[in-house]
Write a protein that binds this ligand. Structure first.
Ligand code: NDP
Length: 407
């Protein structure tokens, strides 16, 4: 029986994880569930899954949750705060941690799980983008098992050799597919008018709001390029992005002999989640069978970097190395949050990220403190740019300085 802690249980990935767990009570049990502020949803999850421990953001949310659980006769221990997230991510009673907190907030508990030698199911790509080598060293040094949950990386993991799922002899390229999001064909001159709800209406996937905006700007794919670099030890110039609007081919690995292995399936995150939970076995995920005749045509195209400057910025940050990916991520988190709040335009996001990168001196990412300081500083810069209106009049922002075609 696998005992699982779900960090970010109330989110899109968290709920999909619990759906897979629910189907296999003989294989999986929940040790701990965490959320930030959605107390009602978390209470319902605790009532169903009876975790030993649960974590929320602060004392107020904890008191509210305790009241709800007491009324339902549930004996779950309710904790709060960042240290409590690390505590449940490292509890000896759990062997598996689903890292599904959104953004940089997930870094410490996810890294703690790796340092505790857990099976880490990594959805929280921002944690790896920020800490790169530090995170991968922790996985190696502490004997953790790192399984990618992002559908693209899960696909690549499935297409690489079982005994060594890394870029190496015989592999010539890893190819990340991307849907291109809701604005793939929209006239770029109209992108500045986009509302948060339009940006969150992804054509193929139902996801949290932050990653939905990242998909619309293709920053999500940029973060995934950096994630692929670390997960599979793939050099930047061996990572290719291909737009595939149908989201059926989840990614591919090209080999030296001309073979290309791909993983296909309906776009449903329960497939990679079930793979991560059951690996190296496979279990029913509740996902409908892929009907390729129904899917009909599968198409592929090269991304247009003038339409998607965030993708170019991410390649630049990966090549720059050091703290640059953490800076990119932090600036993007601030910009996306402010866009969702209606404070800036959709087209301002790339400009803010570009300016924060320009203003952040290169530095090696040699410790967690350095990374967290880079994150803090980049957030300050991005916030100042938003407040100062530096990102505002960006109706036709075009490609930021320094952006270039990857590959
Ligand atoms: P959601 O926004 O749906 O959920 C985020 C979860 O994190 C919620 O449980 C939320 O709690 C919690 N949370 C938010 N802020 C904090 C914080 N400061 N401290 C602690 N917990 C916090 O996100 P998704 O499920 O969409 O995404 C989660 C991660 O998985 C992201 O990194 C994303 O990039 C990645 N991912 C998601 C995919 C998807 O299909 N959704 C696909 C591939 C990767 P509360 O609900 O209480 O606010």
């Amino acid at each position: 029986m696998r005992r699982i802690t779900v960090l970010g249980a109330t989110g899109s990935i968290g709920e999909s994880t619990l759906d897979v767990v629910r189907r296999h009570p003989d294989r999986y049990a929940i040790h701990a569930l965490t959320a930030h502020r959605q107390v009602d949803k978390l209470a319902a999850q605790c009532i169903e899954f009876r975790p030993a421990r649960t974590v929320v953001a602060d004392a107020g949310a904890a008191a509210e949750l305790r009241g709800k659980l007491a009324a339902a006769g549930i004996a779950t221990d309710v904790l709060h705060g960042e240290a409590a997230l690390e505590a449940v991510a490292t509890d000896a009673e759990a062997d598996t941690v689903m890292a599904a907190i959104v953004g940089a907030a997930g870094l410490r508990p996810t890294l703690a799980a790796a340092r505790a030698g857990k099976r880490v199911l990594l959805a929280n790509k921002e944690a790896l983008v920020m800490s790169g080598a530090i995170f991968m060293d922790a996985v190696r040094e502490h004997g953790a098992t790192l399984l990618p949950i992002d559908s693209e990386h899960n696909a690549i993991f499935q297409c690489l050799p079982n005994d060594d799922p890394r870029y190496g002899a015989g592999v010539s390229r890893v190819v990340l597919t991307a849907s291109g999001g809701p604005f793939r064909t929209r006239d770029p001159a109209t992108l500045h008018d986009i509302t948060p709800d339009q940006a969150c209406a992804h054509p193929n996937w139902v996801m949290g709001r932050k990653i939905s905006v990242d998909s619309a700007t293709m920053m999500n794919k940029g973060l995934e390029v950096i994630e692929a670099h670390w997960l599979f030890a793939a050099p930047a110039d061996r990572i290719e992005v291909l737009i595939h609007p149908q989201s059926i081919v989840h990614s591919m690995v090209a080999y030296a002999d001309g073979s290309v292995l791909a993983q296909l399936g309906n776009p449903d995150m329960r497939t990679p989640i079930a793979y991560g939970l059951a690996w190296p076995e496979r279990v029913d995920a509740g996902v409908s069978a892929l009907d390729l005749a129904l899917a009909g045509t599968l198409t592929f195209e090269t991304p247009d970097l003038t339409r998607f400057p965030c993708l170019a910025l991410a390649f630049d940050a990966l090549r720059a190395g050091g703290i640059a990916p953490a800076v990119l991520n932090a600036a993007n988190e601030v910009a996306v949050e402010r866009f969702l709040q209606g404070a800036i335009r959709f087209t301002d996001i790339a400009g803010i990220v570009a300016r924060v990168l320009e203003r952040s001196p290169a530095q090696p990412a040699d410790s967690l403190d350095t990374v967290l300081e880079a994150d803090r500083h980049a957030r300050q810069l991005a916030t100042a740019l938003v407040s100062g209106g530096a990102g505002r009049p960006a109706a036709s922002q075009g490609l930021p300085q320094g952006a270039h075609i990857p590959g």
